[in-house]
Ligand binder design. Sequence first.
Ligand SMILES: NC(=O)c1ccc[n+]([C@@H]2O[C@H](COP(=O)([O-])OP(=O)(O)OC[C@H]3O[C@@H](n4cnc5c(N)ncnc54)[C@H](OP(=O)(O)O)[C@@H]3O)[C@@H](O)[C@H]2O)c1
Length: 340
Amino acid sequence: MTLTDKPIPQPLHWHVLGAGAMGCLWACAMAMQARDGASGRAQVSLLLRHQAALLSYPGHIKSSAMAQPVVMPAHTTGGNVVDLPGQIDNLFVATKAQDTLPALTGVAKYLTTDCRIVLLQNGLKVQREVSQQFGAERVFCLSTSHGAWLRAPFDVVHAGNGETWLGQLTPASDDSAARQQALLAVLPAQQLNIRIDDDIAARLWRKLAINCAINALTVIHDCRNGELLRIPAARQTLTRLCHEISALLQAIPAAPAIDDLFTQVQQVLMVTTDNISSTLQDVRRARDTEIDHLNGYLCELAAQHGLACPVNKAVLQQMRVLESRAKQAAQHTINQRPLT
Ligand SMILES: NC(=O)c1ccc[n+]([C@@H]2O[C@H](COP(=O)([O-])OP(=O)(O)OC[C@H]3O[C@@H](n4cnc5c(N)ncnc54)[C@H](OP(=O)(O)O)[C@@H]3O)[C@@H](O)[C@H]2O)c1
């Protein structure tokens, strides 16, 4: 073999689907990640939903974690305006849970047959659906306690340093362990403190259970996390919710048992006492919440298994009313604005 016959190493190319808070945070971390044994940095492209977002994209992302803006190309995925120049080998999906399947469908024809799909969403519903639809072997799930928010479009603040766990919903095997290791090697493992979890499903279930106990209640009581322990009515519903969620998990065959859910929830509420839950933030901004992937999903699972879940159902119903009221109020404000 002559020198010129040598296969040219393909640069790692990440496509980040969804350039919100998490998409921007991860895209920057990936772009700055020097690859082991390779001279260049990973190439990163953003996939945006709308042409309008593309037109407003300044050509770079600012991240509070980076000294300099990080330059990267962007393309659109919405409607018929996909303008990707090539195929996708590595897809990082950073949309909200309810947007994930439509977003993936929008780029499906660009995915190579062995494209890795990495999911970051809250909940467990979409991870299961995508694994089923796209093949569990190429789908990877993350569970992260990092926090991020957008100061402005494409300008992200890394608000809370945390950890990230990586795994697959496939049964544990040497193959899946090797796939996870290979992925870990090309992710910004140090920057975002990423580790492999051999039982990511159990971790996602636990997070789902905790989010189902906390998030909707913060909307119903319009309060910060810690206040759920201090407002008597909130604490009472929290106790009943934890009890019901534990019983549901006990009865759903694929779920792990969580006996001390209230204690775990209490610990989370104490550590995050001043936080405003993501669901409350969404309602305050009149944005779609991920509630259908939290208490909504638990209620779906309960129905599938013939289990009663009156507390979750009541919370879900209240959430839907409050969510729609917030959207109506926002629409009203828009309608009241004088035309300029
Ligand atoms: N932020 C955090 O601190 C945090 C922490 C842990 C976990 N998470 C999870 O991470 C996920 C993302 O959260 P986030 O806070 O980054 O949400 P976000 O700021 O709302 O970002 C989601 C982005 O996805 C975009 N999007 C939706 N559909 C799309 C499509 N078809 N094609 C391309 N882009 C599309 C949205 O665009 P539009 O603006 O056009 O809607 C938005 O820019 C959620 O599941 C969340 O629960 C977030």
